[in-house]
Design a protein around this ligand. Structure first.
Ligand code: ADP
Length: 222
């Protein structure tokens, strides 16, 4: 897992905007693929001076680093983009399925004059599509921990740690500091304290962990 900072997001989006500018393409409208494309799309609007920003939600991944069934377009709606140059923006092309689905939908239903794809990162060995613009080519698959999925990711990764440790070593009880230590060791990254706290709270709320005392958590076995 690779931690991505807000500063890196600004750098990468800046670099991506430069590539688009240098290509001579002048988008009239930016379309963010929800939810990962929101921040890069907004920054690209700023860096290229584009006022029109739309969004389409194409969902594929159900939980962090574990694939859902397939990609679907949520909340289909109609907009007329005829005569406009459009730019579809996402954070990453991994399998490429969400981007392909969004691209096909926009082309067929919103009918822009031209549609190009821009992403921060392109995982070239696994992707079914090469975006028109990418800031970074990734040659070996890795999970990028983007700042906008920090809590969601930390929650899911802690859940994975505690369920795996139960299965493999019969470990049922955890102290809060053990949870943090395992997280750092398993994933090789550290996040702000508030994310661990809230992630553990989330797991208690969803019934995966129970708080036995101040600092002891027990895994609820189904
Ligand atoms: P795409 O259609 O853009 O290739 P996928 O269908 O593979 O994307 O994944 C959809 C979304 O899941 C991405 O836009 C991103 O938000 C998230 N995602 C996929 N792969 C990764 C990864 N390796 N690291 C971080 N986030 C990812």
């Amino acid at each position: 897992m690779k931690l991505v900072t807000w500063e890196e997001i600004v750098e990468w989006s800046w670099g991506l905007a430069e590539k688009i500018r240098q290509s001579g393409y002048k988008p009239d409208v930016v379309i963010a693929i929800a939810r990962g494309g929101y921040v890069p799309a907004r920054l690209i609007c700023d860096f290229l001076g584009i006022e029109n920003l739309l969004s389409i939600q194409s969902q594929h991944w159900v939980e962090a680093a574990a694939k859902g069934e397939k990609a679907i377009i949520k909340f289909e709606y109609e907009v007329d983009l005829s005569g406009m140059n459009a730019l579809l923006v996402d954070d990453i092309v991994d399998t490429g399925e969400s981007v392909i689905l969004a691209r096909d939908f926009v082309k067929k239903r919103w009918k822009p004059k031209e549609l190009r794809i821009a992403v921060l990162q392109w995982i070239s060995p696994v992707a079914k599509i090469k975006p028109d613009y990418y800031y970074m080519e990734v040659k070996e698959w890795v999970w990028f921990q983007y700042p906008w999925t920090r809590l969601e990711d930390v929650t899911q990764f802690i859940k994975r740690i505690v369920t795996t440790e139960l299965k493999e070593h019969g470990k049922k009880r955890w102290t809060y500091s053990e949870i943090k230590e395992y997280f750092k060791e398993w994933y090789g990254i550290e996040v702000d304290e508030r994310y661990y706290r809230k992630a553990v709270e989330n797991l208690v709320e969803s019934g995966i962990l129970s708080r036995e005392s101040d600092d002891i958590y027990a895994l609820n076995v189904k």
